[in-house]
Design a protein around this ligand. Sequence first.
Ligand code: ADP
Ligand code: MG
Length: 335
Amino acid sequence: MFSSSDIGIDLGTANILVYTKSKGIILNEPSVVALDTKTGKVLAIGEDAKAMIGKTPASIRVVRPLKDGVIADFNVTTDLLRMVMQKAAKQLGGAYRKPNVMICTPSGATSVERRAILDAVKQSGAKSVHLIEEPVAAAIGADLPVSEPIASVIVDIGGGTTEVGIISFGGVVSSNTVKVAGDRMDDDIVQYVRKHFNVLIGEITAEKIKKEIGYALIPHKAESMEVRGRDIMTGLPKTVTLTSTEIQETLKEPLLAILECIRATLENCPAELSGDIVDQGVVITGGGALLKGMQQWLSQEISVPVHMAPEPLESVAIGTGRSLVMMSKLDKISK
Ligand code: ADP
Ligand code: MG
């Protein structure tokens, strides 16, 4: 039976989210963990840990265990999952019973890692645990007609990876992944500022720049932004002014890599499904879809319509939760 405490988890490379049917998104935190360097004990996760990035003394280490779309630090990933399960249980309060869990892992996770993730969730008090493929969850969460014989194309631009999937009849017909997404954009901004201004900025600052004055490759009214970093020559703090035009130039390479991945998937689409794709178009989701001008730029570059998912940062989490409901209707959940 489907219980109101059943949960869907999106274990993303940048953000981890928990969704329940009754309460919607009950947890949404950066996939970041702060550890005590000596004991390895978890000091903080999520927003609290992210606030420490680049500011900690030697006794604290802040890590992103899922960086680059793969599980970089498996033990820390399971620590993070356990803490998230505990937080979710607290959120659900009295309504909490042992939940059935649907979880979406980064597609770069190996089968051994997936198995271990299932075990970790189970040990954290789940009644049953199921895995869902990322493009399927994203498509369900973006309201696409996945269970019908109509092909849907979903493009999920996350932190570590961009995943492009063609879904039909509830399954993935073809998919492509490229390890270029939001994080690469941030890295490229850090490199640009270092090269052109001899100033070092942190990844959090770079992300802010991207969100505020970053544009996909569309014409726009130029904007500027002042940022502070450390002068590499003098070691002293320094303020530099960046323009949206130079940031756009910096983002060109990662954007073209993302476009290439989308084109390759569309070109390899089975002929029978091409007609659907021309009609239905492509849906973009993931935090990277929110880059200013992304939808407009992609529409110009590919010859099919491009739509934005209703909640790009939440599609996968919503999809995991909904798929659990769909499964329980089919009565497939092991009792
Ligand atoms: P993941 O699924 O890998 O955890 P998300 O879908 O949560 O990733 O997206 C996180 C990425 O989206 C980050 O790189 C973040 O900087 C980027 N992002 C979030 N909001 C915006 C925005 N408004 N403009 C550009 N990028 C954004
Ligand atoms: Mg994601």
